[in-house]
Ligand binder design. Structure first.
Ligand code: ZN
Ligand code: ZN
Ligand code: FE
Length: 764
């Protein structure tokens, strides 16, 4: 007879871990107890030696899918007298758990119940258990307990109560437990609130309306979504027009894996992502043909498509009724946060949706669908929200309590405490007032969840970002220091936290634009990371963007700015048919006088310029569109030629694109197709990365920044560096784009704190 005390650290709360422990012990005839504590669970288990070791094995290898065990410590202790194996209540109000569980897609057992007429939850849209269902989207406060979720409005019926209290039941302590008798229900309403149908009938009627081409607003898990029939071009066009979203691709939700397979050849890894408990939107390569969908309306000129499966019972029931793929997009007006409240949705989306399928389980906060794909180094999260947020990441450096506010686009907030950092869900862009308010609410959410008292605030260098302004305000209200972290420094640092890197690392931050330490818009940077500071070892040759902000929407302006550096007033002769004569004259005057023509070293803008020069795209309907289409133009091209880019001497070394641009112009003149030019451009950048890495000579290279969302670029750069013997690290569980900035800001602020460095200690 032996007895062991065991502590398990990691993500083990809100994932059915204690019931799993209790069952594993009971099945083996062991006695003891298990309880939650701040950083995980602890337990004692007693019985015959073999059975106890078998139990410890099971703990390591058979734990619930959503659990992430960081470490297990065991110690033999003196035998004691137990009353069987019990789950001991944790004292509420004592310590607050640092882990807020993430939402999980409906599990296989719940799906089986949903489809079985014999079950009392047959076709019940809010079926869940300890291993699946809503978490972060319903939690109002910790510890995670029904009374502190939006499910507190529903009191358990006798049948649910008995499941909830029975240790061997799948729903033992499942906080969102519900059934048709006692739980939430759905209704179909019009924008003015008039009710059309309830329950089963509401879902059936909603499906019929979708099939007749209507736009449905669905109160989903983390907010409202807009759904239309993805096989009906008119419906998709109508949604685009009403949502004022011209060309940005839509994601599509499919009724089954088989249905997805008709659109794309799924790899095993992609299939695993789709069916995982995170159930994100997965970006995949589309097969040729339309696969019965209105593909050119869903994702115009795009060889990829974002696909997902129904991740709640409500989605599944609706998809089952419709029997076809549905366009599924966030319920918002473009650039605003997602609606989560019924009345708000009916008023804000009243002109977009024809009908509203709603329910009475309130959504605590907006949590959008995550976007993921298989990149050159495995899983790559491009938008981190449902299923991933707000799970913590270990922070090797440790930190005092740091709040980081991120950037302006694809915003996230991060909070570090002790040896962990939590990054919020994707909040979207912060240009609107609603966006700024959401940022503020998310800060107070995280601060209260982690029971944190921030000692330092970190934000971007850019003073006009809504997040930077909030940082200034909070720092002065709380009387704590504000650390400004340069944009690309943060990009590289984010990837370092994720991979637990410390010490000297070369970071290639290839990005849209972020304010540099010299007032120039950076974005084609090579930074040598040294503790909390960096040396800028190389960057692209700067050029001007006539019209500033407007150049983001008009890649042809970036092209003119680039040509102006080489040809001066003659630039217009080389830019093709892009501008009218008076426009050209105006823009040249702006460039000559440096009026509203900010200087930039941005790689993103270089991509824009190339997209325009090759005739791929002179105007962009959404951020990154021109660069994406330039990438896609090279899709089937296998051309190993690389255009020349010269890397100057000294530090920072200037990477001069002039020879490249001259070669592009000559290829264009002799009629080389844009796809070939694009391929040679991508090859040139891979060669440049290799040359910089060689020159710097550090073993480890980090690739970060928005440009590395480009699959062709990240593959080419990574392959080149790996073939030269470098260790290459890329963002994987946190986005390479500005969604990763808050995470990077945390690391830089933590390192500065550690070094007691001079706050203005940049060497630029
Ligand atoms: Zn379940
Ligand atoms: Zn019930
Ligand atoms: Fe950026």
């Amino acid at each position: 007879m032996v007895r062991f005390a065991v502590s398990v650290q990691g993500i083990v709360q809100g994932v059915g871990f204690r019931p799993f422990v209790s069952n594993a012990a009971t099945q083996r005839g062991l006695s003891g107890w298990v309880k939650n504590r701040t950083d995980g669970v602890c337990l004692e288990v007693q019985g015959p030696e073999n059975a106890v070791h078998d139990f410890l094995d099971a703990l390591r290898h058979d734990s619930p899918a959503a659990a992430r065990i960081e470490r297990i410590d065991t110690a033999e202790v003196a035998a004691a007298i137990d009353d069987g194996f019990r789950i001991v209540e944790s004292a509420t109000g004592a310590h607050v758990s640092p882990t807020v569980p993430a939402d999980q897609a409906t599990c296989a057992e719940c799906i089986a119940e949903l489809e079985s007429p014999a079950e009392r939850r047959y076709r019940y849209p809010f079926t869940n258990c300890t291993r699946c269902g809503p978490r972060y989207t319903i939690i109002e406060a910790l510890p995670y307990d029904r009374a502190r979720t939006t499910m507190k409005l529903f009191s358990l019926c006798a049948a649910c109560a008995s499941e909830y209290h029975h240790p061997s039941d799948r729903r033992f302590h499942a906080q969102p437990i519900a059934c048709p008798t006692c739980g939430p229900a759905v209704r179909l309403v019009l924008a003015d609130g008039r009710e059309l149908a309830t329950g089963e009938e509401a879902i059936r009627r909603a499906a019929q309306e979708i099939l007749s081409g209507q736009v449905l607003a669905l109160q989903g898990l983390g907010g409202f979504q807009l759904l239309v029939d993805a096989t009906c071009a008119n419906a998709v066009v109508c949604l685009r027009r009403r949502k004022q979203r011209e060309e940005k691709p839509f994601a599509v939700m499919f009724p089954s894996l088989e249905a997805v397979r008709r659109v794309c050849a799924l790899s095993a890894a992609e299939e695993a992502l789709l069916t995982s408990s995170e159930a994100p939107i997965v970006l995949v390569q589309r097969l040729g043909g339309s696969a019965g969908m209105a593909i050119s309306e869903v994702a115009p000129r795009n060889p990829h498509i974002g696909v997902m499966l129904g991740y709640t019972p409500l989605h599944r029931l609706l998809l089952g009724e419709v029997g076809r793929p549905l366009v599924c997009t966030s319920g918002n007006l473009s650039e605003e946060p997602m609606c989560i409240d019924e009345a708000e949705a009916r008023s804000r989306l009243g002109t977009v949706a024809d009908l509203f399928l709603v329910h009475d389980r309130p959504i605590a906060r907006p949590v959008d669908d995550s976007v993921v794909r298989i990149g050159p180094a495995g899983v790559q999260v491009l938008r981190r929200a449902r299923g991933f947020a707000p799970l913590p990441l270990p922070l090797a450096t440790g930190a005092s309590c740091i709040l980081a506010l991120g950037g302006q686009l694809k915003s996230t907030v991060a909070l570090a405490k002790a040896r962990h950092v939590v990054v919020s869900q994707h909040l979207g862009d912060l240009f609107s007032l609603e966006g700024a308010l959401l940022l503020e609410r998310t800060v107070s959410d995280l601060v209260s969840f982690l029971d944190a008292k921030p000692e330092v605030i970190a934000c971007d260098f850019h003073p006009d970002y809504a997040a930077s302004r909030l940082g200034e305000r909070l720092a002065s209200t709380w009387g704590i220091p504000l650390e400004r972290v340069q944009h690309h420094h943060a990009h590289v640092a984010a990837c370092m936290v994720e991979h637990g890197l410390s010490g000297a690392v070369l970071g290639l931050a290839w990005d849209g634009a972020g304010l540099g330490t010299d007032g120039v818009l950076w974005g084609g940077e090579a930074l040598l990371m040294q503790g909390s500071t960096f040396r800028r070892v190389a960057h692209l040759r700067p050029f001007s963007l006539p019209g500033g902000e407007q150049a983001m929407r008009e890649p042809r302006r970036a092209a003119l700015g680039l040509l102006y550096e080489i040809f001066g007033r003659e630039a217009a002769a080389y830019s093709g048919e892009a501008f009218s004569a008076p426009q050209t004259a105006l823009l040249l005057r702006m460039l000559e006088r440096s009026v509203n023509s900010p200087r930039t070293t941005s790689m993103g803008r270089l991509f824009d310029a190339l997209a325009s020069l090759t005739g791929v795209r002179g105007h962009a309907g959404f951020e990154g569109q021109a660069a994406m289409e330039l990438e896609f133009a090279a899709a089937d091209v296998d051309d190993p030629t690389a255009y020349p880019i010269t890397l100057g001497s000294g530090e920072p070394a200037v990477a001069d694109w002039e020879p490249l641009v001259r070669a592009v112009l000559s290829d264009r003149k002799r009629g080389l197709p844009p796809g070939r030019i694009s391929a040679r451009f991508h090859n040139a950048l891979a060669a440049l990365a290799g040359e910089i890495a060689q020159r710097v000579g550090l073993a480890r290279v980090v690739l970060s920044g928005g440009c590395f969302q480009n699959l062709r670029l990240s593959r080419a750069v990574r392959e080149r560096l790996v073939s030269m013997g470098f260790e290459v690290y890329m963002p994987q569980l946190y986005p390479p784009n500005d969604g990763g900035l808050s995470l990077g800001q945390v690391l830089v602020a933590a390192l500065r704190g550690k070094e007691h460095a001079d706050v203005s200690g940049y060497s630029g």
